[in-house]
Write a protein that binds this ligand. Structure first.
Ligand SMILES: [Zn+2]
Length: 170
């Protein structure tokens, strides 16, 4: 006898491992008079059972849900190659805004050139994508912020360079 911990359905077939209704891992029902449900000892799964993917509260494979692994590659892309950032949603726009903020913070050290220009370019690309395919790409505000911040840091860096040249001439 096995019982589903989710819907309490009792299965007389002991070869079943997962509930046929919701895919929950079945628990071994003890035949003692108390009738309490107990965690089975190490279960040997003979085969993976195909369950309804919509009701996957607990993936039978034992792997963590997909969203747990998502931040890894996205965090890498913030400072990784610019060409690979072809993801839907706001990734490109977010990277653009982050670059813009950093470029502004380091605009005294020519940050406007080596961070502000990429920030503005990425923001421009993200804005174009959001305009042409608004279903797949978003983050128009973020992209605009990246363009503006990148542009400001470019201007500041340009002024610093001009000032340095003027100072050296004098
Ligand atoms: Zn069930």
């Amino acid at each position: 006898m096995k019982v589903c911990p989710r819907c309490k359905k009792v299965y007389s077939d002991d070869t079943l491992n997962f509930c046929l209704d919701d895919g929950e891992l079945l628990m071994m029902q003890q035949p003692n008079p108390g009738g309490y449900i107990e965690e089975p000892p190490t279960m040997v799964l003979d085969q993976a059972r195909v369950t309804d993917p919509i009701s996957w509260a607990q993936p039978p494979t034992g792997q963590p849900p997909a969203q747990w692994t998502a931040p890894g590659p996205m965090a890498q892309q913030q400072f990784g190659g610019f060409a690979v950032t072809r993801r839907p949603d706001q990734t490109l726009a977010t990277v653009s805004m982050i670059l813009g903020i950093i470029s502004l913070a380091v605009s005294c050290c020519y940050g406007g050139i080596w961070l502000g220009i990429p920030a503005a370019i990425l923001g421009f690309i993200a804005l174009q994508k959001a305009n042409s395919d608004s279903d797949k790409y978003g983050g128009r505000g973020l992209a605009t912020a990246g363009i503006v911040l990148g542009g400001i840091s470019m201007l500041i860096t340009l002024l610093i360079i001009i000032g340095a040249i003027a100072g050296s001439i004098r």
